[in-house]
Write a protein that binds this ligand. Structure first.
Ligand code: ATP
Length: 261
Protein backbone atom coordinates (compact mmCIF):
# COMPACT_ATOMS: atom_id res chain seq x y z
CA UNK A 1 0.00 0.00 0.00
CA UNK A 2 1.66 3.17 -1.24
CA UNK A 3 -0.89 5.65 0.07
CA UNK A 4 -1.69 5.42 3.75
CA UNK A 5 -4.22 8.25 3.47
CA UNK A 6 -6.47 8.79 0.45
CA UNK A 7 -9.00 11.60 0.56
CA UNK A 8 -11.63 12.27 -2.07
CA UNK A 9 -14.02 15.21 -2.04
CA UNK A 10 -14.09 15.30 1.74
CA UNK A 11 -16.58 17.92 2.91
CA UNK A 12 -17.98 19.08 6.26
CA UNK A 13 -20.66 21.68 6.79
CA UNK A 14 -21.78 23.37 9.95
CA UNK A 15 -25.09 25.03 9.06
CA UNK A 16 -24.33 27.49 6.28
CA UNK A 17 -20.57 27.31 6.81
CA UNK A 18 -18.60 24.82 4.71
CA UNK A 19 -15.71 24.17 7.10
CA UNK A 20 -14.04 21.67 4.73
CA UNK A 21 -14.89 22.02 1.07
CA UNK A 22 -14.38 19.05 -1.28
CA UNK A 23 -10.71 18.43 -0.52
CA UNK A 24 -8.57 15.81 -2.26
CA UNK A 25 -5.10 14.57 -1.35
CA UNK A 26 -2.98 11.48 -0.72
CA UNK A 27 -0.25 10.78 1.81
CA UNK A 28 2.48 8.26 1.06
CA UNK A 29 3.93 5.79 3.53
CA UNK A 30 6.89 7.26 5.45
CA UNK A 31 6.00 10.87 4.71
CA UNK A 32 5.71 13.72 7.16
CA UNK A 33 2.70 15.50 5.68
CA UNK A 34 1.80 18.94 6.96
CA UNK A 35 -1.60 20.59 6.88
CA UNK A 36 -0.86 24.30 7.09
CA UNK A 37 -3.41 27.06 7.46
CA UNK A 38 -4.58 30.02 9.53
CA UNK A 39 -7.06 29.79 12.43
CA UNK A 40 -10.43 28.48 11.30
CA UNK A 41 -9.10 27.17 7.97
CA UNK A 42 -10.52 23.67 8.54
CA UNK A 43 -7.44 21.80 9.81
CA UNK A 44 -8.93 20.28 12.97
CA UNK A 45 -12.20 19.45 11.20
CA UNK A 46 -10.23 17.55 8.54
CA UNK A 47 -8.16 15.70 11.15
CA UNK A 48 -11.34 14.76 13.05
CA UNK A 49 -12.89 13.31 9.89
CA UNK A 50 -9.71 11.37 9.08
CA UNK A 51 -9.61 9.85 12.56
CA UNK A 52 -13.30 8.93 12.64
CA UNK A 53 -14.29 11.38 15.36
CA UNK A 54 -16.79 13.18 13.14
CA UNK A 55 -18.57 12.09 9.98
CA UNK A 56 -18.12 13.94 6.68
CA UNK A 57 -21.18 15.23 4.82
CA UNK A 58 -19.66 14.21 1.50
CA UNK A 59 -16.60 12.35 0.26
CA UNK A 60 -14.46 9.44 1.38
CA UNK A 61 -11.33 9.02 3.50
CA UNK A 62 -9.37 5.77 3.30
CA UNK A 63 -6.99 5.26 6.20
CA UNK A 64 -4.45 2.42 5.86
CA UNK A 65 -6.68 0.96 3.15
CA UNK A 66 -9.90 1.06 5.19
CA UNK A 67 -12.81 3.41 4.70
CA UNK A 68 -12.84 5.28 8.03
CA UNK A 69 -16.63 5.63 7.91
CA UNK A 70 -17.42 2.02 7.06
CA UNK A 71 -14.64 0.17 8.90
CA UNK A 72 -13.56 2.52 11.69
CA UNK A 73 -12.22 -0.16 14.04
CA UNK A 74 -9.93 -1.69 11.43
CA UNK A 75 -8.69 1.73 10.39
CA UNK A 76 -8.13 2.86 13.99
CA UNK A 77 -6.19 -0.21 15.12
CA UNK A 78 -2.91 1.04 13.68
CA UNK A 79 -3.23 4.78 14.11
CA UNK A 80 -2.27 7.10 16.96
CA UNK A 81 -3.89 10.48 17.58
CA UNK A 82 -2.51 13.49 19.42
CA UNK A 83 -5.55 15.78 19.77
CA UNK A 84 -5.52 19.56 20.05
CA UNK A 85 -6.56 19.45 23.70
CA UNK A 86 -5.11 16.96 26.15
CA UNK A 87 -6.97 13.66 26.55
CA UNK A 88 -4.97 12.63 29.62
CA UNK A 89 -6.81 12.14 32.93
CA UNK A 90 -5.47 14.81 35.24
CA UNK A 91 -6.25 12.92 38.46
CA UNK A 92 -4.17 9.95 37.32
CA UNK A 93 -0.40 9.75 37.11
CA UNK A 94 1.47 9.67 33.79
CA UNK A 95 2.11 5.95 34.32
CA UNK A 96 -1.57 5.22 35.09
CA UNK A 97 -2.61 7.10 31.93
CA UNK A 98 -0.19 4.99 29.90
CA UNK A 99 -1.52 1.75 31.43
CA UNK A 100 -5.13 2.81 30.82
CA UNK A 101 -4.41 3.59 27.18
CA UNK A 102 -2.61 0.24 26.79
CA UNK A 103 -5.63 -1.58 28.23
CA UNK A 104 -7.91 0.16 25.73
CA UNK A 105 -5.73 -1.22 22.94
CA UNK A 106 -5.59 -4.65 24.57
CA UNK A 107 -1.80 -4.61 24.93
CA UNK A 108 -0.55 -7.32 27.36
CA UNK A 109 0.65 -5.85 30.68
CA UNK A 110 4.33 -6.74 30.32
CA UNK A 111 4.54 -5.32 26.80
CA UNK A 112 2.62 -2.23 27.94
CA UNK A 113 5.07 -1.62 30.79
CA UNK A 114 8.08 -1.97 28.51
CA UNK A 115 6.61 0.43 25.94
CA UNK A 116 5.50 2.94 28.57
CA UNK A 117 8.97 3.00 30.14
CA UNK A 118 10.71 3.42 26.82
CA UNK A 119 8.34 6.17 25.59
CA UNK A 120 8.36 8.13 28.85
CA UNK A 121 12.15 7.96 28.87
CA UNK A 122 12.39 9.17 25.26
CA UNK A 123 10.13 12.11 26.04
CA UNK A 124 11.95 12.92 29.25
CA UNK A 125 9.02 12.16 31.56
CA UNK A 126 10.06 8.91 33.22
CA UNK A 127 11.31 10.64 36.36
CA UNK A 128 7.80 12.14 36.78
CA UNK A 129 5.89 8.97 35.92
CA UNK A 130 4.17 8.66 39.32
CA UNK A 131 3.11 12.31 39.52
CA UNK A 132 -0.47 13.29 38.80
CA UNK A 133 -0.94 14.98 35.42
CA UNK A 134 -2.72 17.81 37.24
CA UNK A 135 0.66 19.25 38.20
CA UNK A 136 2.21 18.98 34.72
CA UNK A 137 3.14 21.98 32.58
CA UNK A 138 1.60 22.34 29.10
CA UNK A 139 4.79 20.99 27.51
CA UNK A 140 4.83 17.96 29.83
CA UNK A 141 1.15 17.24 29.11
CA UNK A 142 1.78 17.48 25.38
CA UNK A 143 4.74 15.10 25.65
CA UNK A 144 2.59 12.68 27.66
CA UNK A 145 -0.26 12.65 25.11
CA UNK A 146 2.33 11.93 22.43
CA UNK A 147 3.52 8.94 24.53
CA UNK A 148 -0.12 7.84 24.91
CA UNK A 149 -0.70 8.09 21.15
CA UNK A 150 2.36 5.88 20.52
CA UNK A 151 1.58 3.13 23.02
CA UNK A 152 0.07 0.86 20.32
CA UNK A 153 3.14 1.39 18.09
CA UNK A 154 0.99 2.94 15.32
CA UNK A 155 1.91 2.98 11.63
CA UNK A 156 0.22 6.33 11.11
CA UNK A 157 0.21 9.19 13.61
CA UNK A 158 -2.11 12.21 13.48
CA UNK A 159 -1.09 15.28 15.43
CA UNK A 160 -3.16 18.45 15.82
CA UNK A 161 -0.88 21.47 16.35
CA UNK A 162 1.59 19.34 18.36
CA UNK A 163 3.97 22.13 19.31
CA UNK A 164 1.59 25.08 19.55
CA UNK A 165 2.19 27.23 22.63
CA UNK A 166 4.97 25.03 24.02
CA UNK A 167 8.27 26.03 25.59
CA UNK A 168 11.35 25.79 23.36
CA UNK A 169 12.69 22.60 24.99
CA UNK A 170 9.42 20.66 24.65
CA UNK A 171 8.97 21.89 21.09
CA UNK A 172 12.47 20.80 20.18
CA UNK A 173 12.08 17.38 21.83
CA UNK A 174 8.78 16.69 20.06
CA UNK A 175 10.19 17.77 16.69
CA UNK A 176 13.24 15.53 17.15
CA UNK A 177 11.03 12.52 17.93
CA UNK A 178 8.79 13.22 14.93
CA UNK A 179 11.75 13.55 12.58
CA UNK A 180 12.82 10.00 13.45
CA UNK A 181 9.41 8.46 12.63
CA UNK A 182 9.93 7.91 8.88
CA UNK A 183 13.01 5.77 9.65
CA UNK A 184 10.81 3.62 11.87
CA UNK A 185 8.34 3.15 8.99
CA UNK A 186 5.82 5.55 10.48
CA UNK A 187 3.84 8.17 8.58
CA UNK A 188 2.84 11.49 10.10
CA UNK A 189 -0.08 13.78 9.36
CA UNK A 190 0.21 16.98 11.34
CA UNK A 191 -1.66 20.27 11.37
CA UNK A 192 0.11 23.53 12.03
CA UNK A 193 -0.30 27.24 11.49
CA UNK A 194 3.45 27.68 11.79
CA UNK A 195 5.06 28.04 8.37
CA UNK A 196 8.51 27.58 9.83
CA UNK A 197 7.54 24.28 11.43
CA UNK A 198 5.97 23.03 8.19
CA UNK A 199 9.11 24.05 6.32
CA UNK A 200 11.57 22.31 8.64
CA UNK A 201 9.60 19.21 9.53
CA UNK A 202 7.47 18.23 6.55
CA UNK A 203 8.25 16.37 3.34
CA UNK A 204 5.11 17.79 1.74
CA UNK A 205 2.67 20.45 2.81
CA UNK A 206 -0.98 21.12 1.91
CA UNK A 207 -2.03 24.72 2.39
CA UNK A 208 -5.67 24.98 3.46
CA UNK A 209 -7.65 28.19 3.55
CA UNK A 210 -11.37 28.63 4.13
CA UNK A 211 -11.91 24.90 3.81
CA UNK A 212 -10.20 24.58 0.42
CA UNK A 213 -6.74 23.28 -0.43
CA UNK A 214 -4.83 26.08 -2.14
CA UNK A 215 -1.66 24.09 -2.92
CA UNK A 216 0.15 20.83 -2.13
CA UNK A 217 3.88 20.54 -2.66
CA UNK A 218 7.30 20.23 -1.11
CA UNK A 219 7.97 23.17 1.25
CA UNK A 220 10.88 24.50 -0.82
CA UNK A 221 8.66 24.66 -3.93
CA UNK A 222 5.82 26.32 -2.03
CA UNK A 223 8.24 28.92 -0.69
CA UNK A 224 9.33 29.82 -4.23
CA UNK A 225 5.69 30.27 -5.30
CA UNK A 226 4.89 32.38 -2.24
CA UNK A 227 7.95 34.58 -2.90
CA UNK A 228 6.69 35.27 -6.42
CA UNK A 229 3.16 36.12 -5.32
CA UNK A 230 2.72 38.99 -2.90
CA UNK A 231 -0.51 40.83 -2.23
CA UNK A 232 -0.59 44.45 -1.13
CA UNK A 233 -3.64 46.31 0.13
CA UNK A 234 -3.75 50.04 -0.67
CA UNK A 235 -6.37 52.71 0.00
CA UNK A 236 -6.89 56.10 -1.67
CA UNK A 237 -8.36 59.32 -0.38
CA UNK A 238 -10.30 59.77 -3.64
CA UNK A 239 -11.93 57.62 -6.28
CA UNK A 240 -9.44 56.12 -8.71
CA UNK A 241 -9.84 54.28 -11.97
CA UNK A 242 -8.80 50.79 -10.95
CA UNK A 243 -7.97 49.82 -14.55
CA UNK A 244 -5.28 52.49 -14.76
CA UNK A 245 -3.45 50.76 -11.89
CA UNK A 246 -3.08 47.57 -13.93
CA UNK A 247 -0.60 49.41 -16.16
CA UNK A 248 1.92 49.45 -13.33
CA UNK A 249 4.55 46.78 -14.05
CA UNK A 250 4.54 43.48 -12.10
CA UNK A 251 0.87 43.81 -11.13
CA UNK A 252 -0.80 40.52 -12.05
CA UNK A 253 -4.24 40.93 -10.54
CA UNK A 254 -6.31 43.78 -9.15
CA UNK A 255 -9.28 43.45 -6.84
CA UNK A 256 -11.51 46.23 -5.58
CA UNK A 257 -12.50 45.80 -1.95
CA UNK A 258 -15.86 47.20 -0.93
CA UNK A 259 -15.71 49.05 2.36
CA UNK A 260 -18.93 49.16 4.38
CA UNK A 261 -19.02 52.38 6.34
P1 ATP B 1 -7.47 26.48 14.51
O1 ATP B 1 -6.08 26.65 13.99
O2 ATP B 1 -8.00 27.74 15.14
O3 ATP B 1 -7.67 25.27 15.37
P2 ATP B 1 -8.66 25.10 12.25
O4 ATP B 1 -8.00 25.32 10.94
O5 ATP B 1 -8.36 23.84 12.96
O6 ATP B 1 -8.42 26.34 13.20
P3 ATP B 1 -11.40 24.24 12.42
O7 ATP B 1 -11.40 24.05 13.91
O8 ATP B 1 -11.38 23.04 11.58
O9 ATP B 1 -10.23 25.21 11.98
O10 ATP B 1 -12.69 25.12 12.05
C1 ATP B 1 -13.06 25.41 10.71
C2 ATP B 1 -14.34 26.22 10.73
O11 ATP B 1 -15.42 25.40 11.19
C3 ATP B 1 -14.29 27.42 11.68
O12 ATP B 1 -14.99 28.49 11.08
C4 ATP B 1 -15.00 26.90 12.92
O13 ATP B 1 -15.62 27.97 13.61
C5 ATP B 1 -16.03 25.96 12.33
N1 ATP B 1 -16.38 24.86 13.24
C6 ATP B 1 -15.52 23.91 13.69
N2 ATP B 1 -16.17 23.04 14.51
C7 ATP B 1 -17.45 23.47 14.58
C8 ATP B 1 -18.63 22.99 15.27
N3 ATP B 1 -18.58 21.89 16.04
N4 ATP B 1 -19.76 23.69 15.11
C9 ATP B 1 -19.82 24.79 14.33
N5 ATP B 1 -18.76 25.29 13.65
C10 ATP B 1 -17.58 24.64 13.77
Amino acid sequence: MKHVIQVQNLTKRYGKLTAVDHINFEVERGEIFGFLGPNGAGKTTTLRMLTGIIQPDEGVANILGFNIQKEPLKAKQNIGVVPETSNAYVDLSAWQNMMLMSELYGIPRKKAEERAKSLLERLNLYHRKDDKVKGFSKGMKQRLILCMALVNDPILVFLDEPTSGLDVASRQLIREILQKFPDQGKTIFLTTHNMNEANHLCDRVAIINQGKIAAIDRPEKLKKTVKKLKSVEVSFDRTVDIQSLSEISHIKELKKKEINS
